[in-house]
Design a protein around this ligand. Sequence first.
Ligand code: SF4
Length: 263
Amino acid sequence: MNHADPWAIYVSEVMLQQTSVDRVREPWRRFLDEYPSPHACANATLADVLNLWSGLGYPRRARNLHAAAQMMVRDFDGRVPSAVADLRRLPGVGPYTAHAVASFAFGARVGVLDTNVGRVLARCVANNTLSTADAQGLANALVGRAASAPVNQGLIDVGAQFCRSTPRCGDCPLRDVCRWRQDGGPDPAIRSAGVSRPQPRFEGSVRQARGRLLAALRDGPLSVVAARRVLNAEDPEMSTRVLRDLQREGLVSQHGRRVHLGS
Ligand code: SF4
Protein backbone atom coordinates (compact mmCIF):
# COMPACT_ATOMS: atom_id res chain seq x y z
CA MET A 1 0.00 0.00 0.00
CA ASN A 2 1.42 3.39 -1.00
CA HIS A 3 0.65 5.88 1.79
CA ALA A 4 1.51 8.83 -0.46
CA ASP A 5 -1.03 7.77 -3.08
CA PRO A 6 -3.64 10.55 -3.45
CA TRP A 7 -6.50 8.01 -3.32
CA ALA A 8 -5.17 6.53 -0.05
CA ILE A 9 -4.88 10.05 1.39
CA TYR A 10 -8.35 10.97 0.14
CA VAL A 11 -9.93 7.88 1.74
CA SER A 12 -8.14 8.55 5.03
CA GLU A 13 -9.31 12.18 5.11
CA VAL A 14 -12.92 11.14 4.51
CA MET A 15 -12.72 8.50 7.25
CA LEU A 16 -11.09 10.97 9.65
CA GLN A 17 -13.85 13.56 9.18
CA GLN A 18 -15.70 12.33 12.26
CA THR A 19 -13.63 9.42 13.57
CA SER A 20 -10.37 9.23 15.52
CA VAL A 21 -7.11 7.98 13.98
CA ASP A 22 -7.06 4.81 16.11
CA ARG A 23 -10.50 3.74 14.91
CA VAL A 24 -9.70 4.51 11.28
CA ARG A 25 -6.40 2.63 10.87
CA GLU A 26 -7.75 -0.90 10.30
CA PRO A 27 -10.86 0.03 8.27
CA TRP A 28 -8.64 2.24 6.09
CA ARG A 29 -6.31 -0.70 5.28
CA ARG A 30 -9.28 -2.97 4.66
CA PHE A 31 -10.93 -0.42 2.36
CA LEU A 32 -7.78 0.12 0.29
CA ASP A 33 -7.13 -3.63 0.00
CA GLU A 34 -10.60 -4.00 -1.48
CA TYR A 35 -10.69 -0.72 -3.44
CA PRO A 36 -7.10 0.33 -4.25
CA SER A 37 -8.20 2.98 -6.77
CA PRO A 38 -11.16 5.23 -7.60
CA HIS A 39 -11.99 2.82 -10.45
CA ALA A 40 -12.28 -0.16 -8.10
CA CYS A 41 -14.54 1.76 -5.71
CA ALA A 42 -16.66 3.22 -8.49
CA ASN A 43 -17.30 -0.26 -9.91
CA ALA A 44 -18.51 -1.66 -6.56
CA THR A 45 -22.12 -1.51 -5.46
CA LEU A 46 -23.08 0.98 -2.77
CA ALA A 47 -24.18 -1.95 -0.59
CA ASP A 48 -20.65 -3.45 -0.79
CA VAL A 49 -19.07 -0.11 0.12
CA LEU A 50 -21.49 0.29 3.05
CA ASN A 51 -20.64 -3.22 4.22
CA LEU A 52 -16.95 -2.40 4.25
CA TRP A 53 -17.70 0.81 6.16
CA SER A 54 -19.09 -1.24 9.02
CA GLY A 55 -18.07 0.08 12.44
CA LEU A 56 -16.98 3.55 11.31
CA GLY A 57 -20.34 5.28 11.73
CA TYR A 58 -21.66 8.29 9.78
CA PRO A 59 -22.41 6.10 6.72
CA ARG A 60 -23.23 9.14 4.59
CA ARG A 61 -19.47 9.38 4.21
CA ALA A 62 -19.40 5.94 2.54
CA ARG A 63 -22.15 6.96 0.15
CA ASN A 64 -20.29 10.20 -0.65
CA LEU A 65 -16.99 8.34 -1.11
CA HIS A 66 -18.64 5.95 -3.56
CA ALA A 67 -20.23 8.85 -5.48
CA ALA A 68 -16.93 10.77 -5.43
CA ALA A 69 -15.08 7.76 -6.89
CA GLN A 70 -17.65 7.64 -9.70
CA MET A 71 -17.15 11.36 -10.33
CA MET A 72 -13.36 10.89 -10.42
CA VAL A 73 -13.77 8.18 -13.06
CA ARG A 74 -16.25 10.26 -15.07
CA ASP A 75 -14.69 13.73 -14.83
CA PHE A 76 -11.07 13.37 -13.70
CA ASP A 77 -9.65 10.47 -15.68
CA GLY A 78 -10.00 8.08 -12.74
CA ARG A 79 -7.75 10.17 -10.48
CA VAL A 80 -8.15 12.28 -7.37
CA PRO A 81 -8.16 15.89 -8.63
CA SER A 82 -5.40 18.13 -7.25
CA ALA A 83 -7.03 21.59 -7.38
CA VAL A 84 -9.01 22.74 -4.34
CA ALA A 85 -11.89 23.91 -6.58
CA ASP A 86 -12.13 20.46 -8.22
CA LEU A 87 -11.90 18.68 -4.88
CA ARG A 88 -14.77 20.82 -3.58
CA ARG A 89 -16.97 19.47 -6.41
CA LEU A 90 -16.72 15.94 -5.00
CA PRO A 91 -19.68 14.87 -2.83
CA GLY A 92 -19.07 15.34 0.88
CA VAL A 93 -15.90 17.39 0.48
CA GLY A 94 -15.84 20.63 2.46
CA PRO A 95 -13.02 23.16 2.79
CA TYR A 96 -11.11 21.14 5.39
CA THR A 97 -10.98 17.91 3.35
CA ALA A 98 -10.23 19.75 0.09
CA HIS A 99 -7.33 21.63 1.66
CA ALA A 100 -6.01 18.55 3.47
CA VAL A 101 -5.96 16.45 0.27
CA ALA A 102 -4.48 19.32 -1.78
CA SER A 103 -1.71 19.80 0.79
CA PHE A 104 -0.97 16.22 1.91
CA ALA A 105 -1.37 14.52 -1.48
CA PHE A 106 -0.19 17.26 -3.86
CA GLY A 107 1.84 19.72 -1.77
CA ALA A 108 -0.48 22.66 -2.57
CA ARG A 109 0.33 25.82 -0.59
CA VAL A 110 -2.91 25.99 1.35
CA GLY A 111 -3.46 25.95 5.07
CA VAL A 112 -5.48 23.11 6.58
CA LEU A 113 -7.90 24.57 9.09
CA ASP A 114 -9.54 22.18 11.51
CA THR A 115 -10.70 22.55 15.11
CA ASN A 116 -7.20 21.97 16.47
CA VAL A 117 -5.51 24.38 14.12
CA GLY A 118 -8.22 26.99 14.79
CA ARG A 119 -7.28 26.93 18.49
CA VAL A 120 -3.53 27.22 17.81
CA LEU A 121 -4.01 30.13 15.42
CA ALA A 122 -6.35 32.04 17.71
CA ARG A 123 -4.09 31.61 20.74
CA CYS A 124 -0.54 31.36 19.48
CA VAL A 125 -0.54 33.55 16.37
CA ALA A 126 -3.33 36.11 16.84
CA ASN A 127 -4.26 36.14 20.52
CA ASN A 128 -7.63 37.17 19.16
CA THR A 129 -10.98 35.66 18.25
CA LEU A 130 -10.88 34.66 14.57
CA SER A 131 -13.59 34.28 11.95
CA THR A 132 -13.27 31.29 9.61
CA ALA A 133 -12.02 33.55 6.81
CA ASP A 134 -9.42 35.16 9.10
CA ALA A 135 -8.25 31.80 10.39
CA GLN A 136 -8.00 30.38 6.86
CA GLY A 137 -6.05 33.46 5.72
CA LEU A 138 -3.62 33.04 8.61
CA ALA A 139 -3.22 29.31 7.90
CA ASN A 140 -2.51 30.06 4.22
CA ALA A 141 0.01 32.74 5.15
CA LEU A 142 1.82 30.39 7.52
CA VAL A 143 2.42 27.72 4.88
CA GLY A 144 3.60 30.53 2.59
CA ARG A 145 6.35 29.24 0.41
CA ALA A 146 7.36 26.38 2.66
CA ALA A 147 6.41 22.78 1.94
CA SER A 148 2.83 22.91 3.15
CA ALA A 149 2.34 19.34 4.40
CA PRO A 150 4.85 19.41 7.31
CA VAL A 151 3.64 22.84 8.46
CA ASN A 152 -0.01 21.78 8.33
CA GLN A 153 0.71 18.46 10.05
CA GLY A 154 2.73 20.25 12.73
CA LEU A 155 -0.13 22.66 13.50
CA ILE A 156 -2.65 19.81 13.62
CA ASP A 157 -0.39 17.87 15.98
CA VAL A 158 0.24 20.83 18.30
CA GLY A 159 -3.50 21.45 18.45
CA ALA A 160 -4.29 17.79 19.13
CA GLN A 161 -1.57 17.14 21.70
CA PHE A 162 -0.96 20.44 23.50
CA CYS A 163 -3.32 23.24 22.51
CA ARG A 164 -6.49 21.46 23.62
CA SER A 165 -9.52 23.07 25.21
CA THR A 166 -7.45 22.97 28.39
CA PRO A 167 -4.01 23.74 26.99
CA ARG A 168 -0.77 22.07 28.12
CA CYS A 169 1.40 25.13 27.61
CA GLY A 170 4.30 23.90 29.76
CA ASP A 171 5.05 21.04 27.32
CA CYS A 172 4.10 22.85 24.10
CA PRO A 173 6.88 23.35 21.50
CA LEU A 174 5.39 26.77 20.64
CA ARG A 175 5.39 28.09 24.21
CA ASP A 176 8.22 30.59 23.57
CA VAL A 177 6.48 32.21 20.60
CA CYS A 178 2.87 31.94 21.73
CA ARG A 179 1.20 35.37 21.93
CA TRP A 180 -1.55 34.31 24.31
CA ARG A 181 1.00 32.82 26.69
CA GLN A 182 3.12 35.97 26.50
CA ASP A 183 0.42 38.65 26.47
CA GLY A 184 -2.33 36.92 28.48
CA GLY A 185 -6.02 37.86 28.36
CA PRO A 186 -9.21 35.80 27.96
CA ASP A 187 -8.92 32.57 25.94
CA PRO A 188 -9.30 33.74 22.29
CA ALA A 189 -10.11 30.19 21.08
CA ILE A 190 -13.43 30.02 22.87
CA ARG A 191 -15.45 31.97 20.34
CA SER A 192 -13.21 31.45 17.30
CA ALA A 193 -14.60 29.88 14.15
CA GLY A 194 -13.97 26.21 13.66
CA VAL A 195 -13.55 25.49 17.36
CA SER A 196 -15.84 22.62 18.19
CA ARG A 197 -18.94 22.78 20.34
CA PRO A 198 -19.90 19.86 22.61
CA GLN A 199 -21.28 16.86 20.70
CA PRO A 200 -24.93 15.87 21.32
CA ARG A 201 -25.48 12.62 23.25
CA PHE A 202 -25.15 9.45 21.12
CA GLU A 203 -27.20 7.19 23.40
CA GLY A 204 -30.84 7.27 22.26
CA SER A 205 -30.03 9.54 19.29
CA VAL A 206 -31.29 9.28 15.72
CA ARG A 207 -27.67 8.64 14.70
CA GLN A 208 -27.59 5.57 16.94
CA ALA A 209 -30.89 4.30 15.47
CA ARG A 210 -29.64 4.78 11.92
CA GLY A 211 -26.45 2.87 12.72
CA ARG A 212 -28.48 0.07 14.29
CA LEU A 213 -30.60 -0.40 11.16
CA LEU A 214 -27.65 -0.29 8.75
CA ALA A 215 -25.83 -2.88 10.89
CA ALA A 216 -28.90 -5.13 10.84
CA LEU A 217 -29.25 -4.80 7.06
CA ARG A 218 -25.67 -6.01 6.56
CA ASP A 219 -27.01 -9.48 7.40
CA GLY A 220 -29.67 -9.19 4.69
CA PRO A 221 -32.91 -7.36 3.83
CA LEU A 222 -35.64 -6.82 6.43
CA SER A 223 -39.37 -6.33 6.14
CA VAL A 224 -40.50 -2.71 6.51
CA VAL A 225 -42.12 -3.59 9.83
CA ALA A 226 -38.93 -5.19 11.14
CA ALA A 227 -36.82 -2.25 9.92
CA ARG A 228 -39.07 0.20 11.77
CA ARG A 229 -38.84 -1.95 14.87
CA VAL A 230 -35.03 -1.92 14.70
CA LEU A 231 -35.10 1.88 14.41
CA ASN A 232 -37.44 2.47 17.31
CA ALA A 233 -40.23 0.11 18.29
CA GLU A 234 -41.76 2.67 20.65
CA ASP A 235 -41.87 5.66 18.33
CA PRO A 236 -43.45 4.73 14.97
CA GLU A 237 -43.42 8.36 13.79
CA MET A 238 -39.71 8.67 14.42
CA SER A 239 -38.91 5.33 12.77
CA THR A 240 -40.99 6.21 9.68
CA ARG A 241 -39.24 9.56 9.36
CA VAL A 242 -35.75 8.08 9.81
CA LEU A 243 -36.47 5.28 7.33
CA ARG A 244 -37.66 7.85 4.79
CA ASP A 245 -34.52 9.94 5.35
CA LEU A 246 -32.27 6.92 4.87
CA GLN A 247 -34.07 6.11 1.60
CA ARG A 248 -33.80 9.71 0.40
CA GLU A 249 -30.07 9.67 1.13
CA GLY A 250 -29.70 6.44 -0.88
CA LEU A 251 -28.34 4.46 2.09
CA VAL A 252 -31.26 2.02 2.05
CA SER A 253 -33.91 1.17 -0.53
CA GLN A 254 -37.29 -0.49 -0.47
CA HIS A 255 -38.19 -3.23 -2.95
CA GLY A 256 -41.76 -4.36 -2.39
CA ARG A 257 -42.15 -4.73 1.37
CA ARG A 258 -38.42 -5.39 1.96
CA VAL A 259 -35.77 -2.88 2.97
CA HIS A 260 -32.27 -3.38 1.51
CA LEU A 261 -28.86 -1.85 2.14
CA GLY A 262 -27.88 0.61 -0.59
CA SER A 263 -29.88 1.45 -3.69
S1 SF4 B 1 1.73 27.62 24.42
FE1 SF4 B 1 -0.28 26.98 25.14
S2 SF4 B 1 -1.78 28.33 24.17
FE2 SF4 B 1 0.17 28.56 23.08
S3 SF4 B 1 0.03 27.14 21.37
FE3 SF4 B 1 1.02 26.04 23.03
S4 SF4 B 1 -0.62 24.99 24.14
FE4 SF4 B 1 -1.56 26.57 22.83
